[in-house]
Design a protein around this ligand. Structure first.
Ligand SMILES: [Zn+2]
Length: 339
């Protein structure tokens, strides 16, 4: 797949325009507030159980590093992160937040309990060509099927945040991600979402890509062709009806699929099937590779979940996963910009 084949070439989310002034004003107020000791939130991780495991087997997770590694990113176009060469060489496509002074970004990070401002990457100059990860092929599959992958092929020191299902609808999450300008992509299951389409419409307005994760979250290989078609193409139709845009990205529940899944997905507009290489919880990470390290282009899975399931809310989840990402020297990029 090459640049622009898989979706709109616009590098900005639908709600990007017009966000800048609001955030700039907010940021200015924040600097004043933080300066007078009004910052809230903590960077502590929730002390909860291991949480839900997905179908994929992942290795144990190591302790998070407490110190940033040497050689912080700060590559062209990256910004954020105290001490990083902020804004240097930021291309025209860099996010609005790149215009905010490092001190303002640091203040926003502090407000939300992050020790350091997140690193945010601009869109790449061109989308990489993505193929199915070895070992993830289907019997009888061919190169025309949507690729299944866990890591986007790139040398950029970026990772991607993805959130699945849609059970928890925490307004604080939308506020936090918007103020910190952290890109993320949603993979929605209609049965979790249908009670409050408005929440995800607001997420979309703030730049979040809304993608397909079936109608009811079944184990797809256990279904007939027609049943799979209803689950996948039915959700394509609902997302298009509710949010005005037909997805091109699909993630099968539990990461389980077969040849029918990919053929059906392709038949109703899906162009790529991003799985994940690590999963984030409020109190730990689970890694597919087992060495506890992020790799360039890694896709990170997490979920719209909250206190009921995690004993921690979504802002705590974001604090934890952003600590892992930033400490390992990675910026967050928008999956839809690369795929
Ligand atoms: Zn799911």
């Amino acid at each position: 797949m090459t640049a622009c084949e898989s979706g709109p070439c616009a590098s900005r989310g639908p709600g990007s325009a017009g966000r800048g002034p609001t955030r700039a004003v907010l940021a200015a107020l924040l600097v004043a507030a933080v300066g007078s000791g009004c910052a809230s939130g903590t960077a502590e991780r929730a002390d909860t159980g291991p949480g839900h495991r997905t179908g994929a087997s992942m290795g144990p997770f190591p302790a998070l590093p407490t110190e940033p590694p040497p050689g912080q990113p700060g590559g062209p176009g990256y910004h954020g992160g105290a001490g990083a060469p902020a804004d240097r060489g930021a291309p025209a496509g860099a996010r609005e937040n790149a215009k905010l002074a490092p001190a303002v970004r640091a203040a926003l990070a502090k407000k939300w309990g992050l020790a350091r401002a997140p690193l945010i990457a601009p869109p790449p100059a061109a989308k990489p060509r993505i193929t199915t990860r070895r070992g993830f092929e289907v019997t009888g599959g061919d190169a025309s099927l949507p690729p299944v992958f866990t890591t986007v092929p790139t040398k950029d020191r970026v990772v991607f945040l993805t959130m699945d299902d849609g059970a928890e609808k925490d307004p604080e999450l939308l506020r936090m991600m918007d103020e910190l300008d952290i890109p993320y992509s949603a993979f929605l299951t209609d049965h979790e979402v249908r009670g409050n389409y408005g929440y995800f419409g607001e997420a979309q307005r703030l730049g979040v890509g809304l993608n397909n994760h079936t109608l009811s979250h079944p184990y797809l290989p256990g279904l007939s062709y027609e049943e799979q078609k209803r689950e996948i193409c039915g959700q394509q139709d609902i997302i298009e009806e509710q949010f005005g845009k037909r997805p091109v990205l699909f993630r099968p529940p539990y990461g389980n699929y077969n040849g029918d899944t990919l053929r059906i997905a392709k038949s109703c507009g899906i162009e790529a099937v991003p799985l994940w290489n690590a999963e984030a919880f409020p109190d730990h990470m689970e890694w597919r590779e087992g060495d506890g390290k992020l790799r360039p282009g890694d896709i990170i899975l997490t979920h719209f979940r909250g206190r009921n399931e995690w004993g921690a809310d979504m802002t705590e989840l974001v604090r934890a996963v952003m600590k892992t990402i930033t400490d390992q020297g990675y910026a967050v990029a928008r999956l839809e910009d690369y795929v």
